[in-house]
Design a binder for this molecule. Structure first.
Ligand code: F6P
Ligand code: MN
Length: 367
């Protein structure tokens, strides 16, 4: 290996393909080749994004995605890159994407494999117009039964704990690929001149303690009481019951927030809210919450809906949404406790006549 560095291919071959490192309890044949194809898609997207406004890729595609959101040209072209890089290799049975309404079965002209790929090709795409950080997120499952109809939604509707690999790319000042195949979370930095992903952050660990949280505070009035309680206590800082100051961040790109948390700790929340009662949360389970939760847990953090471990949630729909609270272990455990206390009615009711329901907390409530 040139100058002793570990490239993504070497890492994957060492980890997945080469005895005695192979884990006999899991059949991961072909997974390394699939992940190398995903990395190729990410390199193409990185090259396209780097061109910025000069690349002619900015602006609206004049179409809506399956969630009724306006698609940008880049949402469409990054989706096409994922599909084209991964459909031919004989490793996949089908794909699911934020940008495609239905399951995409591998076309008949290509051999069919046993893996299922779910992805969000361009996360945080509202940041594109401002040259802000965006990302791609992906999740890999293995089909349970090779004879199963992979174009059926049912093939994908499995809890996140069954993922065999998950990862994201963050397109920032440098492009990084962060992934896990179930043996820790590892970060690779793209060396642009050569085109290699080089292992730069092996075995990432999220600090258990943190003083940083991330939430879209403009939704505060729609949050549930346990989340309002937690955020209020953070904002109270040194003079409140937490007796220390907290810092807040919001980049509006889940990839960028999760990356920061993997690098230095913190909590990210897109909790259940009453803004759109029909939706359980903002983020999609299959290709946003599940892969990120896998990476966070593999790095020693926790990921919950507030009341349940995200990786145990049984998906009900391809594009189903879920509340997400993830990051440093001690803070996520605290937020889980606040949900439990609220649900059991163990938190103190707020006495203000302004509030008809039990919704806030006495200022002297101590944690
Ligand atoms: O994909 C959804 C997403 O763009 C996330 O990346 C990000 O965390 C969130 O939405 C931003 O939401 P909001 O627009 O409410 O800040
Ligand atoms: Mn997204």
């Amino acid at each position: 290996m040139q100058d002793g560095r570990t490239t993504l291919s070497k890492f994957l071959i060492d980890t997945l393909d080469r005895p005695p490192c192979t884990d006999n309890t899991r059949d991961t044949a072909g997974l390394s080749a699939l992940l190398i194809d995903v990395a190729a898609a990410i390199k193409s997207i990185s090259a396209m994004l780097t061109k910025g406004a000069l690349g002619g890729n900015y602006g609206s595609a004049q179409t809506l995605n399956t969630h009724g959101e306006e698609q940008k040209k880049l949402d469409v072209s990054t989706n096409d890159i994922f599909v084209q890089q991964c459909e031919w290799d004989g490793l996949l049975a089908a794909m699911v994407s934020e940008e495609m309404e239905h399951v995409y079965p591998i076309p008949p002209e290509y051999p069919r494999g046993e893996y299922l790929l779910a992805f969000d090709p361009l996360d945080g795409s509202s940041n594109i117009d401002i040259n802000g950080v965006v990302g791609s997120i992906f999740s890999v499952l293995r089909t349970r039964d090779p004879a199963e109809d992979a174009s059926s939604e049912a093939a994908f509707l499995r809890p996140g704990c069954e993922q065999v690999a998950a990862g994201y790319a963050v397109y920032g000042p440098s492009t990084m690929l962060v992934l896990s195949v179930g043996n820790g979370t590892h970060g690779f930095t793209l060396e642009r001149d050569i085109g290699n992903f080089v292992l730069t952050h092996s075995n990432i660990r999220i600090p258990e303690e943190t003083g940083e949280f991330a939430i879209n505070a403009s939704n505060e009035r729609f949050w549930e009481p346990p989340v309002r309680r937690y955020v209020q206590e953070c904002k109270d800082g040194r003079s409140g019951c937490r007796a220390r100051d907290f810092n807040m961040r919001w980049i509006a790109s889940m990839v960028a927030e999760v990356h920061r948390i993997l690098m230095r700790g913190g909590v990210f929340m897109y909790p259940r809210d009453s803004k759109t009662p029909a939706m359980e949360g903002r983020l999609r389970l299959l290709y946003e919450a599940n892969p990120m939760s896998f990476l966070v847990e593999q790095a020693g953090g926790l990921a919950i809906t507030g009341r349940e471990r995200i990786l145990d949630v049984a998906p009900r729909a391809l594009h189903g949404r879920v509340p997400v609270i993830l990051g440093s272990k001690n803070e996520v455990e605290r937020i889980a406790r606040y949900h439990g206390e609220y649900d059991r009615g163990e938190d103190k009711p707020f006495s203000s006549p302004l509030f008809g329901t039990r919704s806030l907390f006495l200022p002297d409530f101590t944690a």
